[in-house]
Design a binder for this molecule. Structure first.
Ligand code: PMP
Ligand code: GLU
Length: 382
């Protein structure tokens, strides 16, 4: 009975595994989850307070579809000052991050169109392309090139049907932080071949090595770039479902049309929390990223100490992207780890064919749990 397009789309492996962990825990199992990428810190108190006050003041109705003016203004100001993106409030659409990506795909890719996506790449890009009725074109990003899309590899796959290139920096699952030259090269290709860039920069603030660069900050790039970002990772606000898209007004309009016919607007009181997050103290974020950096060192060292496992330092995000020597597919490997030692990890193939032979481990988990998980992994793999 399901629609034809659903034949190409399965449930999200990251979201699904998080559900499986919750079920096992409800049965009394001691499962350590390094699966879904979700900071283990509470949302900073001043952000929660702002949303509480909004609720108490009855700020519980629809907002304008693109978002409340003060949040659009705050996002635009930060896009200019932090990222060098020439945005004004009219260039901002407030939307749950995942929905901003989905609505952008719906707005710009349809049957017959091709969307270039890195392989490995985040689990939801390909399903979103399929749901839009378009065709995903994976572009391998080998470890030798630091897991970043190269203009050469992208250029080889451009056709007259290419409509969108998805960029994700810092990258989930590899942790790659794209360099200036690569991003410039990608922006030039978009201009030369007349396609759009959809760039997902949600891990922008979680960088340990190098520097984050926004694609839309390059001369001429803003005109053909949709920048998506959000509060989930930066301020530990995953449950708030709040993020944004920044784009030229003519590109933002069709995305907003999809939003008007789907979620209407982002949650009203959550948007007030968003204003507090951007305008308020940034110390909680700095403390969180400092803690992630310490955990990264612990996890990378711990994984590399296990015979048959290798893991490079991720320059950004809170994921370790580990390779194993054993001749076993990654789904079977993740299942074995979960069954035998009750540690949940994501199989590499969930991120694309190039992810086979790998597992992704999130270190947005307490140091104590990470130490216990490493000991368990040593038991089953070492
Ligand atoms: N993009 C990437 C690369 C992600 O890892 C995630 C996962 N949270 C999202 C987008 C979606 O973010 P949100 O939960 O804010 O919708
Ligand atoms: N983005 C996180 C992850 O990759 C959370 C789950 C999801 O939305 O995919 O694990």
């Amino acid at each position: 009975m399901v629609a034809e397009r659903m034949k190409l789309v399965k449930g999200s492996p990251t979201v699904g595994l998080a559900g499986r962990v919750a079920e096992l825990r409800a049965q009394g199992e001691d499962v350590i989850s390094l699966a879904a990428g979700e900071p283990d810190f509470p949302t900073p108190a001043h952000i929660v307070q702002a949303a509480k006050e909004a609720l108490d003041q009855g700020f519980t109705k629809y907002t304008p579809s693109p978002g409340i003016p003060e949040l659009r203004e705050a996002i635009a100001e930060q896009s200019v000052s932090r990222n060098g993106i020439p945005a004004r409030a009219e260039n901002v659409l407030v939307s749950p991050t995942k929905h901003a990506l989905f609505a952008s795909m719906m707005a710009f890719a349809g049957p017959g169109d091709e969307v270039l996506v890195s392989d490995p790449g985040w689990v939801s890009y390909l399903p979103m392309v399929h749901l839009a009725g378009a065709t995903p074109v994976p572009v391998p990003t080998p470890e030798a090139g630091g897991f970043a899309l190269t203009p050469e590899a992208v250029a080889e796959r451009i056709t007259p049907r290419t409509r969108l290139l998805v960029v994700n920096t810092p990258n989930n699952p590899t942790g790659a932080v794209y360099g200036l030259a690569a991003l410039r090269g990608l922006a030039d290709l978009a201009e030369d071949h007349d396609f759009l860039i959809l760039t997902d920069e949600i891990y922008e603030r979680i960088v340990y090595e190098g520097q984050h660069h926004a694609v839309a900050s390059f001369p001429g790039a803003f005109e053909r770039t949709i920048t998506v970002n959000g509060f989930s990772k930066t301020y530990s606000m995953t449950g708030w479902r709040l993020g944004w898209a920044v784009a030229p007004v003519d590109l933002l309009k069709p995305i907003n049309t999809v939003q008007q016919h789907s979620v209407t607007c982002a949650t009203s009181f959550a948007q007030k929390g968003g204003v507090a997050a951007i305008r308020g103290p940034q110390e909680p974020l700095e403390a969180m990223v400092g803690e992630f950096a310490r955990r990264k060192d612990l996890v990378v060292e711990g994984l590399n100490a296990i015979p048959g496992l290798q893991c490079a330092e991720p320059p950004g995000t809170f994921y370790a992207w580990a390779r194993y020597d054993e001749d076993l597919d990654s789904v079977a490997m993740a299942e074995r780890i979960l069954e035998k030692v009750r540690v949940a990890v994501i199989p590499g193939v969930a991120f694309g064919k190039e992810g086979e032979g790998r597992i992704r481990l999130s270190f947005a988990t307490s140091t104590e749990d990470l130490k216990r998980a490493l000991a368990r992994l040593r038991e089953v793999l070492g």
